[in-house]
Design a protein around this ligand. Structure first.
Ligand code: ATP
Length: 238
């Protein structure tokens, strides 16, 4: 057998009170891959990412990182182990400057690396130009870039992205996906939740489709892109 997957979720069951949001979700992400997680509103995509990053504890099931079991480890410690999470809605600190927001992404590291800041500013020149501006005054696209940049400051091997295209104009979405491709080419593995299935599958190597808390399909991205069920349900085609 080859190396273990970078991330493996095994039979996750997650509850909100009495609501079972994940009903036994299993998936794997190999090092270097881009994996897309698709599904309708409420299917459990965000919950899956939160369980992977330690923001939520599964009632049963396991999370494995590089062959080590990590469920039960708090999210801030998982940052140190290599998991970065770009949450839904970006959650930029509105009163902090761009630079302060970025530094927050590194504060869990024992040794913040100045090269990481350079990397973020090279990927997102607009953040360098606006480094002294407070987060709340950035455009939606710039806030999304800042949220991604902040996560990169934690030196993630695996970046979890929750709806990076949400609420953004098509041109900005295009830009952000090009930068995600570059981040992946630089060696960071991506697990991406998207409503924009077409964009996501063009970037991804593989994808999973979630319905009401369970994986109902998983395949190579081109196969999903041409699957009639996927096209009807997630690509707005009849
Ligand atoms: P969306 O794109 O709308 O965020 P999603 O696929 O990410 O959808 P989740 O947010 O993971 O879905 O939600 C899965 C299920 O859990 C839904 O039925 C949702 O209503 C429920 N849920 C999510 N968060 C909570 C919460 N904090 N309290 C109670 N129920 C929740």
């Amino acid at each position: 057998a080859g190396p273990p997957p970078l991330l493996e979720l095994r039979e996750l069951h997650v509850y909100y009170g009495v609501i079972e949001a994940l009903k036994g979700v299993s998936l794997a992400v190999a090092e270097g891959e881009v994996v897309a997680l698709l599904g309708a509103n409420g299917a459990g995509k965000s919950t899956t990412l939160k369980a992977a990053s330690g923001m939520l504890s599964p009632r049963t099931g396991e999370v494995w990182l590089r062959g080590e079991r990590v469920d039960g480890i708090a999210s801030h410690d998982l940052v140190r182990l290599g998991i970065g999470h770009v949450p839904e809605g970006r959650r930029v600190f509105p009163r902090m400057t761009v630079l302060e927001n970025l530094r927050m992404g590194a504060y869990r590291l024992r040794r913040p690396d100045p090269a990481d800041l350079e990397r973020v500013f090279t990927l997102f020149p607009v953040l360098a130009a606006r480094r002294k501006q407070v987060g709340g005054t950035l455009s939606g696209g710039e806030q999304q870039m800042l949220a991604i940049g902040r996560a990169l400051m934690g030196k993630p091997e695996l970046l979890l992205l929750d709806e990076p295209s949400m609420g953004l104009a098509p041109l900005i979405v295009q830009q952000i996906f090009e930068i995600l491709r570059e981040i992946n080419a630089q060696g960071t593995t991506l697990l991406l939740v998207e409503q924009n299935a077409s964009q996501a599958l063009q970037l991804a190597d593989r994808g999973y489709v979630l319905e009401t808390g369970a994986v109902v399909m998983s395949d190579a991205a081109p196969a999903l892109l041409s699957d009639p069920r996927v096209r009807a349900a997630y690509l707005g085609e009849v």
